[in-house]
Design a protein around this ligand. Structure first.
Ligand code: PMV
Length: 361
């Protein structure tokens, strides 16, 4: 695999200080990534919708310092210094230092905030790490004027991936594939690419309402979760199935085949959870209310001939997906019925969005 393309080869300019602010989205996978090998190479290709309202905004201030052997930074989250967030970010800097040698030249102050509540059970690593990656790429662009926007996005996705696999899918939108797949032109294990084919209009402005069933800390960290796929009795079949599912999903998205979209998305969600239930150690990440909601969605779909469906992340929250033309009716249904199964009746209305945005530089 050609990672050399991401090394800095040109002579870098020297600047004393810089500051960049990026907004990067969260994403929700339709075909899931679960299982990886080192360094952050997925066992199967995945595809996700980029979200519009769930995002992270991060500013990094760079002040030039004497070059040292250490990467130095301060971390603030929603206005407060958060040293407990530093180890994960320090590990990220360690993984990217080969590709971003300029991080040794600056004292960095990172200020970050999420549009969604921190303890909502919504994973913030995808949007969090992609935002840091975009800020690094903005600095790289200042230091080396040869960089195109296309390369910037590609390398940002490559860097973000080294922090959290799904973060590689949080640079562009509205549909991003990560992982080499024969039927997806340009796809790579190293970075996410925008789905390269024309998508049917039913998926335009697709809606996602996130039902907050359990706002607690993740029961299974991603690292532990992916490791559960090592020596998992069903692992090889799962990776094969996911790759086949991505081929199917590609056709479904192009043809606007709603029935098969629903089948595939729900099956992927349940398979992800089935992997966790059948691993050693095993976990049940759904809560009773997750199942109540799933059953309600199935009833509603049947009774209203609706195209509503659900997907799940590695937790108890439910993402309710539906086309824009059903927005009004389904928002009513969510408000009146599904919200009763949410923690404090809380949910977040979102829709598919377009990817990273620079807010200031
Ligand atoms: O990016 P990670 O290492 O946090 O893994 C995320 C895995 C899932 O969210 C469960 C599935 C996916 O493809 O996003």
């Amino acid at each position: 695999m050609n990672t050399d393309q991401f090394l800095v080869k040109s002579q870098l300019e020297s600047i004393d200080s810089a500051s960049f602010t990026w907004q990067t989205p969260s994403n929700i996978a339709l075909v899931k990534y679960w299982g990886k090998s080192n360094p952050q190479i997925p066992k199967n290709a995945s595809i996700s919708f980029t979200l519009n309202n769930c995002h992270t905004i991060t500013t990094i201030d760079f002040i030039r310092k004497e070059k040292s052997k250490n990467v130095t930074f301060k971390m603030f989250f929603e206005g407060e210094q958060k040293d407990e967030f530093k180890p994960k970010i320090a590990e990220f800097f360690k993984r990217v230092q080969r590709y971003c040698p300029y991080i040794f030249d600056y004292e960095m102050t990172i200020n970050s905030e999420n549009s969604f509540p921190h303890s909502s059970g919504i994973a913030s690593s995808a949007s969090g790490l992609s935002a840091i990656a975009m800020c690094l790429m903005s600095l790289e662009k200042e230091l080396s004027s040869e960089i195109s926007t296309e390369f910037m996005d590609k390398k940002a996705s490559f860097l973000a991936r080294l922090g959290s696999g799904s973060a590689s899918r949080s640079i562009q939108g509205p549909l991003v594939v990560w992982g080499k797949h024969l039927e997806i032109e340009g796809s790579s294990d190293l970075f996410g690419v925008q789905f390269p084919y024309k998508v049917h209009s039913v998926f335009e402005n697709y809606q996602d309402v996130i039902l907050l069933v359990d706002k607690g800390e993740k029961q299974v960290s991603s690292t532990l979760g992916h490791n559960l796929m090592i020596d998992h009795p069903y692992a090889e079949n799962r990776f094969k199935q996911a790759n086949e599912n991505l081929g199917k999903m590609s056709k479904i998205l192009q043809e606007g085949d709603m029935k098969n979209f629903i089948n595939l998305v729900e099956s992927e969600a349940l398979t992800l959870h089935a992997m966790m239930m059948t691993s050693d150690p095993y976990f049940i990440l759904m809560k009773p209310n997750t199942l109540e909601i799933i059953n309600k969605i199935w009833e509603y779909r049947q009774e209203n001939k609706s195209n509503i469906c659900f997907t799940l992340d590695a937790g108890a929250n439910v993402h309710v997906l539906f086309p824009e033309n059903e927005k009004e009716a389904i928002h009513q249904f969510i408000k009146q019925e599904l919200s009763l199964y949410c923690d404090n009746n809380q949910y977040i209305s979102d829709r598919v969005g377009l990817g990273a945005k620079i807010l200031s530089n």
